[in-house]
Design a protein around this ligand. Structure first.
Ligand SMILES: Cc1cc2nc3c(=O)[nH]c(=O)nc-3n(C[C@H](O)[C@H](O)[C@H](O)COP(=O)(O)OP(=O)(O)OC[C@H]3O[C@@H](n4cnc5c(N)ncnc54)[C@H](O)[C@@H]3O)c2cc1C
Length: 339
């Protein structure tokens, strides 16, 4: 069937990607999608990958009673978040009985009747792990194979992503791309924004672009992890002199009332001006807190302005005001709320 149009949008998304590991392809493994289709819980599970998808699914299975091991090649869980955030989620995982192996690279995978045996190299030592099931959550790659893109002059990059300009137009002026199939962050709200942008640009010649600077991200663990803007290290790499503050949730009334003070809020600000550069949260409801921080970031607010604004008592977002106040006062001495 041939369908012709004035413009075309490629929105074929992404698919799970696994690194080349000896024996992995032959052994077979679960992905984030097939793991949700199991009709019986395994007794044990190894999750390879300690970023958003791996963390969410590791905790889900552990809470269902599965013995879970997480193996992450980088030095910490949630490796692209602030180190303080990684430390909290590692503590949470330990307290829930999830075994964490960081700085561990899986080198071989073998499967027999009883399940999987993995070998992981850690600091020159080989560790062997066994489990009934194996879930590989090491990222996703754009789906472009078999589309015949070369024939119409649409270029792809190293990871298979479709090369687009800021208007999401490909190298063929009548073909556009949106969502995970591009190089942009793999988030549903990015894909949605791309869809409307492409419609405006392709059909109305709007010439619209998107600003990704304050794009928030949330990992739905419990407590959840959320961030927007720069990390401390990213800010320093861009030449900022940073002034950062970390507020443990023991100082946030909502967390005390929840009887769950696992977590923290970290602000990254420019030294001297106090302009907010990044916000990092690990807390129940972190996604709602970060939505507030996006407004502050997008409006170039200073920590002083954040400290002076109204914020309702007994909300987790009040933690943002409290951490902003730590720049000038000792919040441990406040009588009740962030006033
Ligand atoms: C486990 C998991 C959890 C996630 N959690 C979140 C979250 O909490 N928040 C968030 O914002 N994002 C989350 N994401 C990411 C989010 O799902 C993606 O960013 C979003 O779905 C991308 O939308 P898309 O339209 O680009 O691609 P997709 O949603 O992948 O849609 C692409 C569609 O194209 C179809 N297709 C592919 N090839 C062809 C072809 N040749 N012909 C016809 N159809 C084709 C596919 O079948 C698919 O239906 C998560 C992803 C995963 C895997």
């Amino acid at each position: 069937m041939a369908i012709e149009a004035a413009h075309y949008v490629i929105a074929t998304g992404s698919a799970p990607w696994a690194p080349s590991i000896d024996g992995l392809a032959e052994a077979g493994y679960l992905t984030s999608a097939t793991a949700m289709e199991l009709d019986r819980l395994p007794a044990s599970l190894i999750v390879v990958g300690g970023n958003a998808v791996g963390l969410e699914q590791a905790q889900l299975f552990a809470r269902l009673g599965v013995q879970v091991n997480v193996v992450e090649a980088l030095e910490r869980l949630a490796p692209f978040e602030e180190p303080e955030v990684s430390a909290v989620i590692e503590d949470v995982f330990h307290s829930e009985g999830i075994a964490v192996h960081t700085g561990a690279t899986v080198t071989t995978v073998r499967r027999d009747k009883g399940g999987y045996t993995l070998t992981a190299a850690h600091a020159g030592e080989a560790t062997e792990l066994r489990a009934e099931k194996l879930l590989v959550a090491t990222g996703r790659r754009p789906v472009t194979d078999g589309l015949g893109l070369e024939a119409v002059g649409v270029k792809t990059g190293e990871r298979g992503e479709i090369v687009v300009d800021a208007h999401l137009r490909t190298c063929n002026e009548r073909i556009w791309a949106a969502g995970d199939v591009t190089e942009h962050p793999q988030l549903v709200y990015v894909a949605g924004a791309h869809g409307t942008l492409v419609a405006d640009n392709a059909l109305d010649g709007a010439g619209r672009t998107l600003d990704y600077h304050h794009l928030p991200r949330v990992t739905f663990t419990s407590p959840a992890i959320a961030a927007a803007g720069l990390t401390d290290a990213q800010a320093v790499a861009r030449g900022y002199a940073c002034d950062c503050r970390v507020l443990p949730l023991e100082y946030v009334p909502r967390a005390l009332v929840n009887r769950d003070t696992r977590g923290l809020i970290k602000l990254v600000a420019e030294a001297g001006t106090g302009r907010l550069l990044g916000t990092h949260v690990i807390a129940e409801g972190a996604g709602d807190v970060i939505a507030t921080a996006v407004y502050a970031l997008a409006n170039a607010m200073t920590v002083q302005q954040m400290a002076d604004l109204w914020c309702p008592y007994l909300t987790m977002a009040e933690g943002l005001k409290l951490v902003a106040q730590t720049y000038t006062r000792d919040v441990a001495k406040l009588s009740c709320c962030a006033s």
